[in-house]
Ligand binder design. Sequence first.
Ligand code: E4P
Length: 233
Amino acid sequence: MRLFIDTGSVAEVEEIAAWGVLAGATTNPSLLAKEDGDPAEIIRRICDLVGGPTSAEVVSEDAAGMVAEGGALYALHEQVVVKIPFCKAGLAATHVLTAAGIPVNMTLVFSPSQALLSAAAGATYVSCFMGRLDDISIDSIAVVAEIIEQFRAGGITSQIIAASIRHPEHCVGAAKLGCEIATVPSKVLRQMLEHPLTSSGAAAFKRDWESRPEFGEWLAALTDDHAASAGRR
Ligand code: E4P
């Protein structure tokens, strides 16, 4: 499963892209509204930083407006994917944009039947919102499982994005089901780093190594020699 970052913050993308784990990004109007600066520059910068599909969302409520905004957003950067909210107009706009070769991420999908319609309209990505389903006591894992099952059974190639991720278990659950992508807020990506045994294990390795200062000198010299010989090549 590929990991995208779900944010409108360039600073967050800069930090987490440096980990080498990101394959793309998703923004939405609420996330971008929290940020200062020109949205076009923010979207372009995020595209450059992640070097992969980056969703930017339309806000018009009619199909013609969505198509016009989608074309303009797509022209911002080659990595832009046009994010369209699920609705009748959104389906029509998706059909037009995908026919023009513009990739669409259908967002705000909460049921297998909405996912089927999104795929039928041509969406490249279908975003199922796990956290918001759990918020209303609907088992998000069961919904994602059903979407995956029906896509696989029917040979549907639209990629499923597990979205509205609230904790690491959402990611692990989506990955176990075979979801292609999870789009994850930076807070959850940071939580995914943590395990108390990792911290205590690293502290013990450091303590034991430092108890033998001559070993530290040996490794520093080895590293310097290697860098010098690599520089001569
Ligand atoms: C997906 O692309 C959305 O931007 C996002 O996952 C929404 O998550 P939320 O429910 O935390 O707002």
